[in-house]
Design a protein around this ligand. Structure first.
Ligand code: GMT
Length: 380
């Protein structure tokens, strides 16, 4: 099949999922054409089945805001026509699903029927999608997609509760590439980061408010009062400066390191003992899955789709959003000598259920179903 893949190409879970999906589909013999405004971050090698088409946004003195949606739709039309694509798969509803609708209508006028699959990732529904400015566009674009998937049951439910949706939504969970995310022997890292054999706690995110990094830091401060520990904060974003100030105010700077955006996350995860994800909203929690694949148990909030991934008392613990004391109590339980290895083994076992090799075939089946139904409608 020839698939057009549209996503946000920079850091962020939806772009990572789209890129990894495209790479795996290419391995399975499909031709995948990425249509984005810059080269996706994990698409940095050559493969005969992978293509990249940059969306050029021409500027004009009249444009205070260059019309990205139109530029993207125009590029989609061009790529569908000239690469003879069978399907467009857009990740994150805003504005990708809307541009896809526009492209589909333009192509339809020329007698080309291109099926569109939209994958909902999280904040496109739970935060941005609820904004009154975007709400009508999100609902409309979902209803006009030929296929819709969501990354968790919770996100599917919230989509139906938030919008008037006329389509079925198929749940296809996120996945992890176990050939990349597995525990590697990196003892020298551990010795550098934790010279006195401290427990190592890690958080990875795009440093937005929804991630509640303040809870990670506060919890860490309390954990450190009980056991020797270090904290690594990986990623960057709008909350970084505030979080650095919090570390200083709490006198924790010697034991907390801000690593910034790091590509080889698996190397650090390989030496971590615990992963923190106390998010206010989290439709799936891809970063937690990647940690679990590296045998790292998870302390998370119980929001959104996290209970579908992190099994309470087995792979880690779930707490109410903001309940720092509960998170600290649970973290100390996991980090104890007698419990840690069990939690690590359970985390890995759970992650294996989200193996890319098991999940990507679900997308392939779904694509086939959607293409067949669009063809049946177009030529009936
Ligand atoms: O909203 C974000 O944090 C970014 C968003 C994205 O597009 O990168 O992340 C969402 O999609 C990920 C991939 O499906 C999920 O693993 C994240 O849980 C989800 N984030 C939220 O729901 C907050």
């Amino acid at each position: 099949m020839k698939i057009g893949m549209v996503c946000y190409p920079t850091f962020g879970g939806s772009g990572v999922v789209a890129t990894e999906l495209g790479k795996e589909l290419a391995l399975n013999g499909h031709q995948v054409h990425f249509i984005t405004y810059t080269q996706p971050i994990r698409l940095d090698f050559f493969n005969e089945n992978l293509f990249y088409h940059e969306v050029n946004i021409s500027s004009y003195p009249l444009f205070q805001y260059p019309p990205y949606e139109s530029a993207l739709a125009g590029k989609m039309v061009d790529v569908v026509k000239y690469e003879k694509l069978d399907l467009l798969h857009v990740h994150y509803a805003i504005p990708h699903a809307t541009s896809a609708f526009l492209a589909k209508e333009i192509l339809r006028a020329e007698g080309i029927h291109i099926p569109v699959v939209t994958t909902l990732h999280g904040t496109d529904i739970t935060v941005v999608g609820k904004d009154n400015t975007y709400r009508p566009m999100v609902a409309f674009s979902i209803n006009k997609s030929d296929g819709v998937t969501a990354v968790s049951n919770d996100l599917r439910k919230e989509t139906f509760e938030t919008f008037k949706i006329e389509n079925e939504i198929k749940v296809i969970p996120n996945f992890v590439d176990l050939t990349r995310f597995h525990k590697q022997k990196k003892d020298h890292f551990k010795r550098i980061i934790c010279p006195n054999d401290e427990r190592l706690i890690v958080h990875v995110s795009n440093f937005r408010r929804v991630k509640r990094i303040g809870d990670v830091i506060e919890s860490f401060g309390k954990i450190k009062e009980m056991i020797p520990a270090k904290l690594l904060l990986i990623g960057d974003g709008p909350e970084r400066v505030k979080m650095e100030k919090l570390c200083r105010d709490l006198g924790l700077c010697d034991d907390i390191r801000f690593i910034g955006k790091l590509d080889a996350i698996e190397e650090v995860l390989s030496v971590a003992d615990l992963f923190f994800m106390p998010s206010e909203k989290e439709s799936f929690g891809l970063a937690a899955l990647e940690a679990m694949a590296c045998e790292v148990p998870v302390i998370s909030s119980n929001s959104g789709g996290l209970p579908e991934l992190n099994i309470h008392g087995e792979t880690g613990f779930l707490s109410n959003v903001g309940d720092v004391d509960d998170m600290v109590k649970n973290a100390l339980h996991i980090l104890s000598e007698e419990n840690l290895s069990n939690f690590k083994a359970n985390a890995k076992k759970r992650a294996d259920q989200f193996d890319i090799k098991k999940i990507v075939p679900l997308y392939e089946e779904y694509y086939k179903e959607v293409v067949e139904s669009v063809q049946a409608m177009a030529y009936s």
